[in-house]
Design a protein around this ligand. Sequence first.
Ligand SMILES: [Fe+2]
Length: 309
Amino acid sequence: MQQVRDYKRITVAPVGGVIGAEIGGVDLGKLDDETFAEIRQAFADHLVIFFKDQRLEALDFQAFGARFGELSITSYVPPLPGTTHIQHFMREASHKWGDRNFGDNWHQDQTIRDRPNSISGLYSVDSPPQGGDTMFSSLYAAFETLSPALQDICGQLTLVHCATGLYGPDGLGGRGVKKAIDRPKFTLTDEQVREHLAKETLHPLIVVHPVTGRKLLLISGPYATRFDGMTEDESQPLIQYLYQHAQRPEFVTRWRWQPGQVAVWDNWACMHFGVQDYAGMRREMYRFEVEGTVPVGPARRERMLQAAE
Ligand SMILES: [Fe+2]
């Protein structure tokens, strides 16, 4: 059950059993520091926060995102003209049932980065009258509900993250996502695409959240290739078990968009899933992402804390 603190400037209403809260009483275009401090607290507690009835231009949304930290941007997606860090996601009504997209699977964004982005935000410019929801799952809950013995085993493991499975010829790319990294809309050369696909990044499987200190499963399934020091055949059964476990409905909340709504989620403590069920309808979103740090596991975190004493 999600506990709600006492707030002076905002209202907070949980929208799921373990994840998600709707924040009321604020105009994100006119935030003061005290109100933002309460939003930041609610964000740490509830992992994904939602706002309704906002009227934001792209630069307003960018300024809101920058309150959370230094903004970053995915290298192969150029920013919306007139902004430095807003990505523009639009699907016209002409798209067809079955057309795939980057986000229609359970994932954390870009865990192939050495410093995966810590926070992502979406603003709905235009939403279909039904469909196009986004789902979020808690990776704190996924960790906390494992048996203690399996938690210990996971704490020893380092996960290799690689984009080949997602964007490579045998991955989702073969079913349409590959089109999405074709030019001219995206800015990578063939060489950069090859480098991007080949890059392997190692992160601890269990990570201590740098703000809350809680442990989470960093399991972004589409990127999870194998455990360091093990073969894919040895690794995949446990990877798939953990990935499926993290999708359990009781760890999930689902947001039904309307224009003018905002979601901000913790890209380390949540997986998310953009549901592609709005063929024949238009959807337009602005997005920001906030730079992350290097993920640290429990043992290293302990050593860092001792060294700091
Ligand atoms: Fe995503």
